[in-house]
Design a protein around this ligand. Structure first.
Ligand code: NAD
Length: 482
């Protein structure tokens, strides 16, 4: 890729070059510029809404039966898979995630399109049996133009998670990717066009949140907003949507408790806790960031966890031996380091990590060591706020009641995990935890057909499965007299 060439975006049939305004994509492994994209502005939002409204009204897309839309969605999925290696490589350069994680995300993106194509094949409206003098049916209808706003931590996957069901439901989509990782959304738009999606039904606007993102949420032509990102941004978007009385889907932050009972399979629990925090270098909304270990097991477990953390292979994203890559940007790495300093000042003891790796080969990238901290109360800021890096805070607990109270003791409620040999207890505790996803003797698994979303300040609404189609549809009931 030539970093000097500006990659344009497209509104309908017209290419836009950002009128000299650009966004640079930077490789987190070494700080080099790997590409430049044209930067959209609020003026582009105005134009894109007009084009999307026209496409929504005039193209046959919304009037097609869902099973007819499926043909295009299958083709998009097929083409994503055909370009798997190139897309994974580009995402690795754009986001700094290890190549293997990027390959998985590209596979998941293709799967979203195939899955929603398949759901379209069988999607039926609800019809009531005749009741005396009438019968009725409830029809799922698209909203029209919807805005999808996504974060940087799993670009093509988060984008496909919104675009596939929104298109399947018949909408026109304006997608604003994160300014940190604008590359993959532009590729997705190209692939959709090549697969036969009519112009204007997917427009990618690579811009900043405070101008393009905000303009999308406020625009009267945008009829629904689907957002994934930080809780404070979600709160601001929700407030505007509330004023406008438009529906929102909000997938927000987390501070997930990861619980180890003293009857857990020890080795599996150590491995699960480590991958729960160090996968994606902790830049995962569902990362298990608060570890709770039962008191009787605490010392032995921490020794094993510290040892494992010390041996995590931190390295360049393109190196197949790498287990943990860099953070997305210098600013984010500094934020993570700032939280560790804060934890120290709050009385936390850093058992391992707590600084930059000393490998000179990593000196130009934005790496941080796998870090384990203990000695903080659950109320400390490092235990309450989302750090979004490879930093685990660890607390001992007495019994079920204690860990349920501490586990639920944050504003968040995205996910939780536990390791135990007692399934009756697992069930009891799972029912008490305030979390949208609970993992038992596994962590961070996801399934495209299984609902995903947050309790409390971690979000509103659910994605995946049929929930995805419902999120992007409004229901109209029609009654027929006889
Ligand atoms: P962010 O909130 O800073 O940005 C997310 C997106 O919102 C970006 O595209 C950004 O440009 C845009 N944005 C920013 N301000 C905006 C505004 N005022 N109006 C409209 N759009 C605006 O989040 P981030 O740093 O990109 O991502 C990390 C966060 O995302 C973490 O908190 C993480 O937990 C969360 N996340 C949640 C999920 C989930 O499914 N629950 C998944 C991935 C990430």
């Amino acid at each position: 890729m030539n970093a000097e060439t500006v990659k344009p975006f497209r509104i309908g049939a017209e290419w836009r070059d950002g009128r000299g305004q650009t966004i640079s994509s930077i490789y987190a492994g070494d700080g080099s510029v790997i590409g430049t994209v044209a930067r959209a502005t609020p003026r582009d939002v105005d134009d894109a809404v007009v084009v999307a409204e026209k496409a929504f009204r005039s193209s046959p897309w919304r009037k097609l039966r869902p099973d007819q839309r499926a043909t295009t969605l299958y083709e998009i999925g097929r083409r994503i898979t055909a370009e798997r290696e190139a897309l994974a490589q580009l995402q690795m350069l754009d986001s700094g995630k290890p190549l293997k994680e990027c390959q998985n995300m590209v596979d998941n993106a293709a799967y979203f399109f195939r899955y929603y194509a398949a759901l379209c094949e069988t999607w039926q409206n609800e019809v009531t049996s005749p009741r005396g003098e009438y019968f009725s049916m409830s029809l799922a209808e698209p909203y029209g133009v919807i805005a999808a706003i996504t974060p940087w931590n799993s670009p093509i996957m988060a984008e496909a998670q919104k675009v596939a069901p929104a298109l399947a439901a018949g909408n026109a989509v304006l997608l604003k990717p994160s300014e940190e990782t604008p590359q993959l959304a532009l590729e997705l738009a190209r692939i959709c066009t090549e697969a036969g999606l009519p112009d204007g039904l997917l427009t990618v606007l690579p811009g900043y949140g405070e101008d393009v993102g905000a303009a999308l949420v406020k625009h009267p032509g945008v009829r629904m907003v689907s957002f994934t990102g930080g809780t404070e941004t979600g709160r601001a978007i929700g407030a505007i949507a509330g004023q406008r009385l438009i529906p929102v889907g909000l997938e927000l932050g987390g501070k997930s408790p990861h619980i180890v009972f003293d009857d857990a399979d020890f080795d599996k629990a150590v491995a699960g806790v480590a991958s729960g925090i160090y996968g994606s270098a902790g830049q995962s909304c569902v990362a298990g960031t608060r570890l709770f270990v039962q008191k009787s097991l605490y010392g032995r477990f921490m020794d094993a966890l510290v040892e494992r953390s010390r041996n995590v292979r931190v390295g360049m994203p393109h190196d197949p031996k790498t287990q943990m890559g860099p953070l997305v940007s210098r600013a984010h790495r500094d934020k993570v380091a700032g939280y560790v300093d804060l934890a120290r000042s709050e009385g936390g003891r850093v058992l391992v990590g707590g600084g930059l790796p000393d490998d000179p080969a990593l000196a130009n990238g934005w790496f941080y060591q796998p870090t384990v901290i203990e000695g903080l109360p659950n109320t400390a800021r490092a235990c309450q706020e989302e750090i979004f890096g490879p930093v685990l805070v660890c607390l001992p607990f007495e019994d079920e009641a204690d860990v349920i109270a501490q586990g639920n003791g944050t504003v968040y409620g995205l996910a939780a995990g536990m390791w135990t040999g007692d399934y009756a207890r697992a069930w009891r505790v799972a029912r008490e935890l305030q979390a949208g996803s609970v993992w038992i003797n596994t962590y961070k698994q996801s399934h495209i057909a299984t609902a995903f979303g947050g309790f409390k300040a971690s979000g509103i609404g659910r994605e995946k499965g049929f929930h995805g189609l419902r999120l992007y549809s409004q229901v109209k009931s029609v009654f027929f007299g006889m």
